[in-house]
Design a protein around this ligand. Structure first.
Ligand code: FAD
Length: 297
């Protein structure tokens, strides 16, 4: 990467990677190779998303189990969705038996058309439930939104509700993705003023597909700054160039986040290793383990 601080950034920065459960056996095979490619960088954990609508509930459990059997630190995402308290007790007990020690706890989003009129329990309700049922056994991560959750009427209430999750017993938080570094620092400083004192790890979405990024960002409330949107439009006919540019922009963003004191990075992988590998390589994080691996390979 042009002008990057390759291998000069402290090696102590940790990162995690988020995957979704594949629906086909081909997808699972592909995921195995993605995980293998990323494992050499020694991520802190691989988290596995959860479909609150039910479609991927079993898939989450199965993928977590598959990872754990291979000694991969797996972290399930979990939502109440339509799950009863009794069912949730069973899920938690099973995860304890598997050896899971960390959870990403969310309200979750139902797929469009699935009972959207039903009020979903909030993430704070589930954090509260897990603490009441299992004490301090699990390390709990929750979600937060530097650019404000799309359903929130104000940044003040959004931070109030975030505080509620923290008070219910969250240990750390992962942000929705963003491309505006100032939004992250403004948010963390606002949280500090509100007495929210826990690590807030930036969620990082590599740029790999223009149309999908626009669609997804508008749904989840992530702003694509005009300068970036305009630049991405120029790659409309060349996705390889778009990915290359995306790696450059996101690597620079991650550098700024680390320089400003971000406690780690959480990559939304979309089950792809390529862009993350390049970003991590640009950042020079985990260079020590890479050296170790290459010496032993
Ligand atoms: P909440 O914390 O419950 O917040 C949802 C909204 O309600 C916010 O507007 C909040 O301000 C408001 N609110 C919170 N508490 C209250 C309250 N007590 N009273 C009134 N309003 C309140 N989705 C999935 O379906 N599966 C996944 O695996 C998944 N993984 C994710 C991982 C990360 C790191 C992130 C950032 C998001 C993830 N999502 C996932 C998306 C997430 O489920 C959505 O953003 C969802 O809309 C909100 O989830 P939450 O846990 O932040 O909800």
């Amino acid at each position: 990467m042009e002008g990057s601080n390759k291998n000069t950034i402290t090696k102590a920065h940790s990162f995690s990677v988020e995957m979704f459960p594949p629906r086909t056996s081909e997808g699972m095979l592909k995921l195995d190779s993605v995980v293998k490619a990323l494992q050499k960088f020694r991520p802190e954990y691989f988290s596995v998303t959860y479909g609150a609508g039910g479609a991927t509930k079993q898939g989450t459990r199965d993928l977590v189990l598959r990872f754990l059997k291979r000694d991969i630190n797996a972290v399930p995402h979990l939502s109440f969705g339509g799950t009863t308290e009794e069912e949730m007790r069973t899920i938690l007990e099973e995860y304890r038996e598997f050896g899971v020690r960390r959870l990403v706890v969310l309200r979750g989003d139902l797929p469009s058309g699935v009972g959207m009129s039903t009020q979903q329990p909030h993430a704070s309700d589930l954090v509260h439930f897990i603490r009441a049922e299992t004490g301090d056994f699990f390390n709990i991560d929750v979600a937060c939104y530097p650019e404000t959750h799309p359903e929130s009427d104000s940044v003040i209430t959004d931070i109030e509700y975030f505080k509620k999750k923290v008070r219910a017993g969250a240990n750390s938080a992962i942000t929705q993705y963003f491309y505006n570094v100032d939004a992250y620092f403004e948010f963390t400083s606002q949280c500090q003023k509100e007495g929210i004192d826990l690590p807030i790890v930036p969620g990082i979405m590599p740029i790999t597909n223009h149309a999908n990024l626009i669609k997804f960002s508008s749904a989840c409330g992530a702003e694509i700054p005009r300068w970036l949107r305009k630049r991405l439009e120029t790659f409309e006919s060349n996705n390889d160039d778009l990915c290359k540019y995306g790696v450059e922009v996101v690597s620079k963003m991650c550098e700024k986040l680390f320089e400003g004191g971000a406690p780690g990075l959480h990559f939304y992988s979309m089950n792809r290793s390529g862009p993350i590998t390049e970003i991590i390589d640009n950042l020079g994080i985990c260079a020590v383990s890479l050296q170790h691996n290459s010496e032993n390979s």
